[in-house]
Ligand binder design. Structure first.
Ligand code: SAM
Ligand code: SF4
Length: 330
């Protein structure tokens, strides 16, 4: 049997994970992700077609990418998403196909997603209180997301991973409630540090470090560290002793994160990025219109080689251009 290709960057990190955004549109307006008015609409023809997204996915897998996560914006609002996922899941050499969603449409789509070959879902859920949830998402309906989580399990998915962005004074009073979900529901909850992508005034006051989150959980529960899975990426994982779920801490801001980074990203307009926080990006359109598979693969390999060693987001005087995560594909 042929040995699969391996992609390694110039800092010795194995890169096996592509985050592929299929849209920048969304049916929510989370406070940490988008400005209240939303974002300017991208011209329809600037958004990659499914054929073009598939070319990128195939080229990436041919180089050694083993896991693809579909993200956005909200991937489930794009028409035709299920058919696209079905095609992705048939790419030979792709070992893991996952999708991140806000869960609003999951109740209707869970069965189709499972049949299309999606293996794992991440659902973003920042509060278990309907009012707080509505405030954070600027109008989202918690009941629909919870129905979506149930539908996913009924459809045959493993319990979806729950992504929870913790913000001081907004939802940090719920850290233990989310930890409790890992015992009660066997959920995999991942606490994500709030990242100042929009740089709202005084953003620092919302930040809680992963260390503090962990300390608060450890003050209540006995925790044991877990081994990381092969595609796990930059989270530190724990389990409350005796529970079937898991707790992940993603310290995107406070650091200790970059040395384990295993990913590249491509936006829905075909901009490839080696680092979420770097302003450096490469336009893939010249290799897609018209398609040039060979050059596309070369350019993707260059993006991997050129991955910065680390971001400096937590350092004094750090500067980056404002961006909305929905446009980059968080
Ligand atoms: N709409 C989908 C969702 O919300 O799951 C997928 C796209 S969303 C941009 C992907 C992830 O990025 C979500 O889990 C969201 O919580 C996270 N995210 C967005 N902005 C963030 C920020 N400023 N800090 C931390 N996480 C953020
Ligand atoms: Fe939409 Fe996801 Fe951004 Fe919330 S985090 S506004 S659901 S893209």
């Amino acid at each position: 049997m042929n040995k699969p290709m391996q992609l390694t960057d110039s800092h010795g990190r194995k890169i096996n994970y592509l985050r592929l955004s299929v849209t920048d549109r969304c049916n929510m307006r989370c406070v940490y992700c988008m400005p209240p008015e939303g974002i300017a609409k991208i011209r329809h023809d600037a958004v990659l077609s499914y054929e073009e997204l598939l070319l990128i996915a195939e080229a990436s897998v041919s180089l050694g990418i083993e896991k693809i996560r579909i993200t956005g914006g909200e991937p489930l609002v794009r028409v035709g998403i299920v058919g696209f996922l079905e095609k992705l899941s048939r790419i030979s050499g792709l070992r893991h196909l996952a999708l991140t969603t806000n869960g609003l449409l999951l109740d209707h789509l869970a069965d189709d997603l499972h049949q299309a070959g999606v293996q794992r879902l991440n659902v973003s859920l920042d509060s278990l209180k309907p009012d707080t949830f509505r405030e954070i998402t600027r109008g989202g309906d918690l009941a629909r997301v919870l129905a979506g989580l149930d539908a996913a399990e009924r459809a045959g998915f493993p319990p979806p991973k729950i992504n929870c962005v913790i913000m001081r004074g907004i939802n940090d009073d719920e850290i233990l409630d989310f930890a409790e979900l890992t015992r009660r529901r066997g959920s995999a909850v991942r606490f994500i540090e709030y990242m100042p992508t929009l740089k709202v005034d005084g953003w620092q006051r919302y930040c809680i470090s992963g260390d503090e989150i962990l300390e608060r959980i450890a003050a209540r529960y006995a925790l044991e560290p877990l081994d990381k899975g092969r595609y796990a990426g930059p989270s530190c994982d724990f389990r409350i002793t005796g529970s079937s779920g898991s707790i992940g801490i993603i310290t995107a801001v406070s650091g200790h994160f970059c040395n384990q980074c295993n990913r590249i990203r491509v936006t829905s307009t075909g901009q490839a990025k080696g680092c979420l926080f770097s302003d450096q990006k490469t336009d893939l359109l010249p290799y897609l219109r018209p398609p040039d598979r060979e050059r596309l693969a070369e350019v993707l390999r260059d993006i991997v080689s050129g991955k910065p060693e680390r971001h400096d987001i937590s350092s004094q005087g750090y500067k980056h251009n404002n961006f909305t995560m929905s446009q980059v594909g968080g």
